[in-house]
Design a protein around this ligand. Structure first.
Ligand SMILES: NC(=O)c1ccc[n+]([C@@H]2O[C@H](COP(=O)([O-])OP(=O)(O)OC[C@H]3O[C@@H](n4cnc5c(N)ncnc54)[C@H](OP(=O)(O)O)[C@@H]3O)[C@@H](O)[C@H]2O)c1
Length: 259
């Protein structure tokens, strides 16, 4: 199924890319389902989307809470059959600069949000979307999915898992008429990037990244990866002998400040 989408569900819609995508899809005749954690920011996104003419139903739910999220999604889908589902909610973190490992709780939290949270978002709606034989699912992974970065192991693991999940779903769901777009963006401006101490090569504005992602989704692209030099570099480090890839990766120093 291609654009225009009349029912769009977005997780992580209270900030950054999710909010920008919500604004981009909002308009008369469009129903939006918006999920985030922070009620105030979520309400601000919802109000702006309503002002643009959209019907909005929003819920402050942690995507890691599978049963609560699943119940809300299924109820929303009964009233507004979802045509485009964007699993965007995500967090980033990393080890302390002075310690070798990433604390277990920090890794677990990222996997619970970025990977299992996306699965919690997608799995409850797959049966209904396949039964209707139409719709599209987009997962927001990252270029970090292509190669582990030594300064954010949990984030890379969560995004590599999400990318693989989306790549697996695409051929599985296409016979049912449901498309899947796997999005692997590089750096764009957002509150998440504000906590990043280190280089941000080829940084895009949040608006530009959202426009590019929306255009790709609306055209029914299987993959959206950008910017190409960063995608190429990450893929090269994955394909190159480990010694070479590891050396390049070790030189890419950064630290993610806690939220
Ligand atoms: N920024 C980049 O350069 C970049 C690059 C590649 C990929 N990405 C990915 O793009 C996506 C959006 O990131 P962003 O940069 O827009 O970050 P952001 O501004 O921090 O927004 C993250 C969104 O996810 C929501 N969220 C986080 N944990 C959640 C949870 N447990 N349950 C429900 N909602 C949750 C946040 O909600 P609250 O505000 O309510 O906490 C917020 O709406 C993420 O998946 C990120 O990994 C970002």
């Amino acid at each position: 199924m291609r654009a225009p989408y009349r029912v769009v569900l977005i997780t992580g819609a209270s900030s950054g890319l999710g909010a920008a995508l919500a604004f981009a899809y909002a308009g008369p005749g469009v129903a939006l389902g918006l999920v985030g954690r922070n009620e105030e920011r979520l309400a601000a996104t919802a109000a702006a989307c309503r002002a643009a003419g959209a019907m909005v139903d929003s819920a402050a739910i942690d995507v890691a809470d599978g049963p609560a999220l699943g119940a809300w999604l299924v109820a929303f889908d009964r009233s507004y059959p979802v045509e485009l589902l964007i699993a965007n909610a995500g967090i980033s973190a990393g080890p302390d600069p002075d310690s070798p490992g990433e604390p277990l709780a920090v890794t677990e939290h990222q996997i619970a949000t970025n990977l299992l949270g996306a699965v919690n978002t997608i799995a409850p709606l797959v049966p209904a979307m396949c039964e209707r034989g139409r719709g599209r699912i987009a997962v927001i992974a990252s270029v970090a999915a292509f190669r582990g970065l030594p300064y954010s192991p949990g984030y890379c693991a969560s995004k590599a898992g999400l990318r693989a999940y989306g790549e697996a779903l695409r051929p599985r769901l296409s016979p049912y008429g449901v498309g899947v777009t796997v999005v692997c963006p590089g750096f764009f401006s957002s509150p998440m990037t504000d906590r990043w101490d280190g280089p941000t090569p080829f940084l895009a504005s949040g608006e530009r990244a959202a426009r590019r992602i929306k255009r790709g989704i609306d055209r029914g692209r299987a993959r959206i990866d950008f910017p190409w030099p960063l995608v190429f570099g990450m893929r090269f480090c994955d394909l190159a002998p480990a010694l070479i890839g590891d050396r390049i990766m070790r030189g890419f120093h950064f630290h993610i400040r806690s939220a």
